[in-house]
Design a protein around this ligand. Structure first.
Ligand code: SDX
Length: 431
């Protein structure tokens, strides 16, 4: 099928002709934007599994074949050869940066790595055990308050400044929330360090003892962040587009993305996966017994880190992360029993008809937590690392929808299934 083709929808004794939208990778969608005006009828699709919210040029996924590309570049090549900063530039601006553009973007990130000293007071307002995702979403909006001119970054120069500020400061805020949880002082960023090593420095240095990230650790985290950088219309990116469609500013929109990502079915799954593996390890449970529990619906137990709305094949990110686990742990001389359990779990599940029939494979969250553990990231920070990685994707989606001249505020319809009309009864007459 090609652009310009149509489909005919019959409702009752009437027929309606609807245009097809065909993407550059041959994906076909029915444009139903005129359906209600023509027929008075709408479509319903709980969870949007069959509904496209937009046309996008940022990321392509083929879930059946396990393909993931950012602006046409295979994730395997970017994970192997790109830096996180140039991957972020690619997602946001659409092309791999020329040396001058990369230098300027890096300069903006370095110029914006501090947070305003007054922001320290916000941290004092959180209890010591506050979840870092609660702190992160609040702090992103607080960052916007210090740069009111950037709250409406309609002009490109304001947008680039706002994008660089958010991408840069999200590290500083995340690391500061970790230091607060330890009762340690916040560590200032270092101008001489690049994006990933600088974050590790802020996380693990102390005033009396600097932390020098090794090449292996910095490279492993680079891969993790690149693999999390975007994933087309996932729950959090769609949330950013939804919030941004009301003309809410970039800070408010990506802060809403943090909130959506926090859920255990989405970005919280990396934390839930390691929790699951840890419980299996501590209880000395047999993996086969755990899989039996997962298959027993009454147990209401999910195999966290498995399954995906789009990938009905092995998530290409999981493949890269599984190898990165082996590489990093062997370089660090670490044996993590949770990795053994995870590999055994994958082996048992992929040989079991329950998972094969439902096309449930490891997703990005199945191995990512093992790498973060090996680096020394605490478990409740795993979704925060996912947010730092996903920040360029959210920014790219916000910008793409803002640059779209036909973009409209997102306002889905519904089918009402509540009471039909009824009338007020005074309280003393109710039974
Ligand atoms: C991410 O959208 C994205 O791109 C997200 C993401 C990104 O980069 O942004 O890729 C990141 O969020 C990855 C997913 C992380 N979440 C988890 O690992 C949590 C565990 N997985 C699931 O809860 C589930 O697989 C979802 C939420 C990921 C997908 O859910 P769907 O597509 O709504 O599938 P479903 O819940 O309708 O399940 C279909 C069937 C059901 O069984 P039946 O009713 O057909 O008998 O598969 C079963 C489910 O019970 N099933 C699982 C399962 N996932 C689905 N059974 C056991 N364990 C699981 N993990």
């Amino acid at each position: 099928m090609k652009a310009g083709d149509t489909v005919v929808l019959r409702i009752g004794d009437k027929s309606y002709t609807l245009p097809l939208v065909v993407g550059t990778e041959g994906e076909v969608g029915i444009d139903i934007s005129s359906l209600r005006a023509l027929s008075g009828v709408i479509t319903v699709d709980e969870g949007y599994g069959n509904t496209g919210s937009c046309q996008s040029a940022i990321t392509f996924i083929n879930g059946e074949k396990g393909i993931l590309r950012y602006r046409g570049y295979p994730i395997e090549e970017l994970a192997e050869r790109a830096t996180f900063v140039e991957t972020a530039y690619l997602l946001i601006f659409g092309e791999l940066p020329l040396p001058t553009h990369l230098g300027e973007f890096r300069r903006l990130l370095s110029e914006n790595e501090f947070i305003h000293e007054d922001m320290r007071h916000h941290f004092e307002g959180f209890p010591p055990n506050a979840h870092p995702m609660a702190i992160l979403s609040a702090m992103i909006n607080a960052l916007g308050a210090y740069q009111p001119v950037l709250l409406q970054p309609e002009e490109d120069e304001h947008f680039i400044d706002a994008a660089a500020r958010i991408m840069s400061k999200v590290r500083t805020v995340a690391a500061a929330s970790y230091k607060k949880s330890l009762g340690q002082p916040m560590i200032y960023p270092r101008y001489d360090l690049q994006y990933v090593p600088n974050f590790l420095h802020m996380m693990f240095s102390k005033p009396n003892r600097p932390y020098e990230p090794t090449q292996e650790v910095a490279d492993a985290l680079r891969r993790v962040l690149i693999l999390h950088a975007d994933h087309e219309q996932n729950c959090s990116a769609s949330t950013v587009r939804m919030v941004g469609s009301s003309q809410a500013n970039l800070y408010a929109s990506v802060a809403s993305g943090v909130c959506a990502l926090w859920g255990p079915l989405h970005g919280g799954a990396n934390q839930a996966t390691v929790n699951m593996l840890q419980q299996i390890h501590d209880s000395d449970m047999n993996v086969d017994d755990f899989i039996r529990q997962v298959k027993d619906k009454s147990a209401k137990i999910r195999l966290m880190g498995f399954g995906h709305r789009v990938y009905k094949n092995y998530d290409p990110r999981a493949k890269i992360l599984k190898k990165a686990c082996d590489d990093l742990l062997s370089k660090l001389g670490i044996h993590d029993p949770l990795l053994d359990i995870a590999k055994r779990m994958e082996e048992v599940a992929l040989a079991d008809s329950y998972f094969v029939e439902r096309r449930l494979y490891p997703n990005v969250d199945f191995y990512s937590g093992i790498i973060l553990r090996a680096i020394g990231i605490p478990m409740n920070m795993f979704p925060v690392l996912f947010a730092i990685g996903r920040m360029p994707g959210w920014i790219a989606h916000w910008r793409e929808s803002h640059l779209n001249p036909s973009a409209r505020i997102h306002r889905p319809r519904q089918i009402y299934v509540g009471h039909t009309e009824r009338h007020y009864i005074p309280v003393n007459e109710r039974s």
